[in-house]
Design a protein around this ligand. Sequence first.
Ligand SMILES: *[C@@H]1O[C@H](CO)[C@@H](O)[C@H](O)[C@H]1NC(C)=O
Length: 300
Amino acid sequence: MELCKFVIFVTINALLVNAYPNIIDQLTANGATTLVSLIDQAGLTDTLKTAGPFTVIAPTNAAFQKVPQQDLAGLQSDMEALKDVLLFHVFNGETFSFDLKTGERATALNGHVIRIRSSSGQYYFNEAAVIQEDIQASNGVIFLVDEVLDVPEGTIWQILNNPDYHLSKFASITKFATRDSRLNSTATTTRYTVFAPSDDAFNKLPAADLNTLMNDLNNAKHISDYHTHRGILVAANLQDGTISTMHTGQSIKLSHDQSTGEPRLNGKARVIIQDIQADNGYVHIISDVLIPPTVGGIIG
Ligand SMILES: *[C@@H]1O[C@H](CO)[C@@H](O)[C@H](O)[C@H]1NC(C)=O
């Protein structure tokens, strides 16, 4: 008799589990049809129907409408890029909202890190806010979100070394200053914002000054640290005032140009490229090298 009850229990349980549609059907049922169509174009439909379990961060159709048309078209014509973006929205295992705690990280199927935040009952994956949580599928869990996530371009250190950005001089100084591993780490929850002077910015300095920077360990540390802020500062949140830096006791002064409204660092440097998203923070590329007073006596 006991065995019989057990068998019935297991059978009913199995029926309940199977009662959920798979991830693709569940996305469709919940109106995420743009996502479903992109998944199909990327050839990932079968995986998301049958493999798993997965946790899916699903941008709604409205979220996709916020992406500029040409960016979306660009993605659709580049299968590898499309796959990369889609796989950044999926991670292994079933995670429900009660598992989501601020500071936790999940590694997406494309290998990049997603940060989790929860604030008075509202959950976030990176910049995306969860609109509907815990939609159960037969092979996973779905969270509907209001934004398409931007895939990070690597760690801060990897961005500094990306030849497209022409930051080789700042990268050299940072390496010499032994700050490379800190800016490459995704092992802790600490994030940094780096204001990276372009190579052109360094070329504005007299060659002898550049040499002094490149060859004196303390100067290199001061310069690298002075361009690094602990924490996240995105362009939209840059307010007039001071920005603390990793160069202890030295801060950057932020103001906005009266006529153009553009941000200026120490009254001079402009932000040339803003908000390059890294796995462990942000990089903004700036037009001039910021010289802290500790180095100012030596160069500049
Ligand atoms: C930087 O971090 C990435 C990703 O964690 C890793 O693949 C790479 O080997 C690291 N590079 C260096 C120079 O430590």
